[in-house]
Design a protein around this ligand. Sequence first.
Ligand SMILES: [Zn+2]
Length: 198
Amino acid sequence: MATDWDIRPRASVCAQCEAEFEDRQDCFTVLRFTDEEGYVRADHCAECWTSKPPDDRGVSLWKGLFLLPPPPEAEALEENTAESLLRRLMDEDPESHANVIYILAVMLERKRQFIERATQNREDALIRIYEYRKTGETFLIRDPMLSLDELEPVQEQVIALLGSGEKQSKEPTPPTEEEPPLAGSPGGSERSPEGDER
Ligand SMILES: [Zn+2]
């Protein structure tokens, strides 16, 4: 089903009053699932949310922070990261890359770039709903329910796919490839969570 894999952008304006969101403004998101349209997302400003909260609370709702998108140059530097690989595979053929996509999403969650907002237990699938912190996009990822035995080969595949592209941080490439400096900060994320609630 096409709706199993999807990326839903965050709106730049409120779904009710259409006011533009400002940087670091609270933003209330409802994700609904309909037979006709699949996942439908609506973002609301705090004022509308308090004065006219929607009756239909959907599959999931959460409060997040609206962050102004980074300038495009900053994006271009990030080739071959877990995020760009995830996007590419979801774009290409999410069904056949299901395992790798899922592991990438878990990696991004560990790095605090993804926030898991909800899970939806459908008859045909378990869907994990992640929000990408930087852009507020919603990533709908099917959980392939990997067993421990299946996990390791997929993880190796992911590491191979990321190759030397996944540099994690500011550190320049070390001259020798043999001993990558795995120490350092495990998360590698630039920011601590901003107190989002589930
Ligand atoms: Zn509004």
